[in-house]
Design a protein around this ligand. Structure first.
Ligand code: ATP
Ligand code: MG
Length: 411
């Protein structure tokens, strides 16, 4: 009898712990138990990485690119480097970060900071603690010294950092998985000639597998899929769509079932309405869940779903308004985007101008061309915002119209 009681208690504890870990989380890349869906992607990417196949993953903003790579790294014991090029202020800084990370893989932390103090001391420390070729160490110190004195071209320094990753991987007889997030932003810190140079260095690398991530599809296509680009055929290109809504639903229902939260059909409909957009889906679910915890209401119906959607939209409003401001300063962009959201024909605009505007909106990452040549807005909340009759519905009335969302009736 006692054994059974203990068993029940332990089981209950595990269940509870499991639930606690599996909360919906938004606002930062997720991993571990918070990571949802993407089963097929994880399987496929792992096969690529294990076979040293370079990959490029493109998807609009907040589709979960970073989370996917973080989770890939979490689940596998790879030697890895991750850099976010959007955050790099210059090529030099990026190169230093790469050098720092690869020396950490070799077993030596903080090389850049130590180099700024004394190269001689650093040399002694490296000799004593790192099993690398003396030539490799000496060359690194030479480059670091030149960099400190500002006597090295930043391009040379950057290309050196890439070669160093290969060199150290070779010496250690390992394969390093090297993720470059928001890769298209490299064109913001260097001229376009960098692509040729980087490719010619990377193509000789046998011990590094590159993962390029990017959110501006047209630029990523230009870099990786255009025949004239140096990166053409260098990677497997993967277009990361939204969540598989059915998989997300299975996860969500299991999650709520475990907590004895009951839901009607609205939950399914809302998740379909959000088109599998990872961030907005997770955010809405999180709000529903928190609402249920706060009010001890264990029933999710149309009311809870609409309230959660509304809150999620409000919380995203500053981000969406920023996008709309950016769009408004460019000629015709706003009306074209608005017409797309409202399925209206754009009036008084000739075809070449319309086409140019579509291209530009694509370059900004806000719309995407579908197979049949139609354009869609990649951000479902942006679309909803553009569908409101006027700004008042958003601010004063507090009544947002969710066009195309039918929660009652149809089952
Ligand atoms: N697989 C996932 N499981 C659970 N939540 C996810 C997943 N992917 C994305 N999300 C949700 O979406 C948010 C954005 O994810 P992430 O930062 O990985 O996207 P991103 O495509 O790298 O975005 P950005 O373009 O802003 O860099 C996360 O904070 C999380 O709430
Ligand atoms: Mg990201």
């Amino acid at each position: 009898m006692e054994i059974i009681t203990i068993y029940v208690l332990v089981y209950a504890y595990i269940q509870k712990k499991d639930i606690r870990l599996k909360m919906f989380k938004s606002g930062m890349p997720v991993k571990g138990k918070n990571f949802i869906d993407r089963t097929e992607h994880l399987k496929k990417f792992n096969i690529y990485l294990q076979n040293h196949q370079h990959i490029m993953i493109k998807a609009p903003r907040r589709y979960g690119k970073t989370s996917l790579v973080v989770q890939l790294f979490e689940l596998n014991d790879y030697k890895k480097i991750y850099v976010d090029i959007k955050r790099a202020t210059s090529l030099k800084q990026l190169a230093s970060q790469i050098i720092d990370e690869v020396y950490a893989i070799a077993g030596f932390s903080g090389i850049i900071q130590k180099a700024s103090k004394s190269i001689t001391t650093l040399f002694k420390q490296l000799r004593a603690s790192v099993s690398l070729n003396i030539d490799t160490i000496e060359l690194t110190l030479e480059k670091l010294e030149l960099n400190t004195k500002n006597e090295i071209e930043e391009m040379e320094y950057f290309l050196y950092s890439l070669d160093l990753v290969e060199k150290i991987a070779q010496e250690k007889d390992i394969n390093i998985k090297f993720a470059m997030d928001e890769f298209q932003d490299i064109l913001n810190i260097a001229s376009s000639s960098i692509l040729d140079k980087v490719r010619s260095v990377m193509q000789d690398h046998q011990n590094v597998t590159y993962i390029f991530l990017g959110s501006i599809e047209t630029i990523m296509n230009k870099i990786f899929s255009s025949k004239s680009s140096p990166f053409f055929h260098f990677t497997r290109v993967i277009d990361l769509g939204g969540f598989d809504v059915d998989e997300l639903l299975i996860y969500t229902k299991k999650f709520f079932d475990k907590q004895d939260i009951v839901y009607d059909d609205s939950l399914t409909k809302v998740l379909h309405y959000l088109e599998g957009h990872p961030y907005y889906s997770v955010k809405t679910l999180q709000i529903i869940h928190y609402g249920s915890l706060e009010t001890a209401n264990k029933l999710i119906t149309t009311k809870e779903c609409i309230e959660a959607l509304t809150t999620a939209l409000y919380e995203t409003k500053p981000y969406l308004e920023e996008i709309i401001e950016k769009v408004k300063v460019k000629k015709h962009h706003h009306i074209v985007l608005w017409s797309l959201a409202n399925e209206k024909k754009v009036e008084n605009l000739d075809s070449p101008t319309l086409y140019k505007t579509y291209s530009s909106l694509q370059d900004m990452g806000y719309i995407k061309k579908q197979q049949r040549g139609e354009y869609i807005i990649t951000d479902i909340f942006l679309k909803i915002m553009l569908q409101q009759n006027n700004d008042i519905s958003f601010t004063i009335d507090n009544k947002i119209i969710f066009k195309d969302l039918v929660l009652k009736g149809k089952k």
